[in-house]
Design a protein around this ligand. Structure first.
Ligand code: SF4
Length: 276
């Protein structure tokens, strides 16, 4: 049984939600010409957003964070998307020296030892590359939905960061059934892991399949307490979800981690992130 078999349902208001998302993307593309990007996690929601962008031929760049720790199934989507839609996906990798330094200092399994080390790993592999992804852009698009978690329950369609950059969440009001109904009717490519009970997919060491009845993001950083299911990227004006994270041990060594910037990039947006 596939994810489409399991989740796709035609629900009331679906056409209106699709039209609203497309209209929001169209309006933003017009308003932020040459300075808007979709930061795709390559998850199901982001595949829908990419399809909307391509289907309506919108001038919105598509970029992703290749953390160096993604599943092969996730990486395989990149050429599949490029072939299907005829677009090039920008890949932002972590600074190699930062990864080498972190792994030398803390090992490959540091993320399991403390919240601070996990967040330090995310800082190296996700947050810093996202800063480069967003540099020079005045707006970006995510696949965040309110239904994904309690911490995302009030995700707005649009929010403005302190520096004025706009973050668009055009699927904010979509259900999981909507996402899969859209994927089904438009034959959108998707991550094969979704067929193996991975509803939310991040880096391989930090993602597992979920069991029947578990919350949507239960497979993300499952060893941490509830409320900790964020990368440290989506610290947002709409929620204080991260304040509920488990406390880190008194000594983690994470303070030793220094995240170098790639040359020529700004140091803004440390509190934002890609849907992941
Ligand atoms: S999700 Fe896991 S592997 Fe990926 S950057 Fe965060 S801690 Fe590191």
């Amino acid at each position: 049984m596939t994810a489409i078999d399991l989740y796709a349902r035609a629900k009331d208001g679906f056409d209106e939600r699709v039209a609203h998302a497309a209209a929001q993307l169209q309006s933003a593309a017009t308003e932020h010409v040459g300075a808007i990007v979709q930061a795709t996690s390559l998850g199901a929601e982001d595949m829908v957003v990419t399809d909307l962008i391509a289907r309506h031929q919108l001038p919105i760049d598509v970029a992703t964070l290749d953390t160096g720790a993604l599943h092969l199934q996730t990486l395989a989507l990149i050429p599949a998307i490029e072939q299907r839609y005829g677009l090039a996906i920008e890949r932002f990798l972590p600074v190699a020296q930062n990864v080498i330094q972190f792994v030398r200092s803390h090992g490959d399994s540091a993320m399991y030892r403390s919240l601070a080390l996990r967040k330090a790993c995310c800082a190296v592999r996700k947050v810093e590359p996202l800063q480069r992804l967003l540099a020079g852009r005045t707006a970006w698009v995510t696949g965040l939905r309110r239904e994904q978690s309690d911490g995302r329950a009030i995700v707005p369609f649009s929010e403005t960061a302190a520096d004025g950059r706009i973050k668009l969440n055009p699927l904010a009001d979509w259900s999981w059934a909507d996402v899969w109904h859209y994927i089904q009717i438009h034959a959108v490519p998707y991550n094969a892991l979704h067929d193996e009970f991975y509803p939310s997919i991040g880096c391989a060491p930090c993602t597992r399949a979920i069991a029947v009845g578990e919350p949507f993001r239960a497979g993300r950083w499952w060893w941490e307490s509830d409320g900790a299911k964020e990368c440290g990227l989506h610290v947002k004006p709409h929620s204080d979800a991260e304040s509920g994270m488990a406390s880190a041990p008194a000594h983690t060594g994470a303070a030793d981690v220094k995240v170098a910037q790639a040359p020529g990039r700004t140091q803004t947006d440390t509190q934002e992130g890609v849907a992941a």
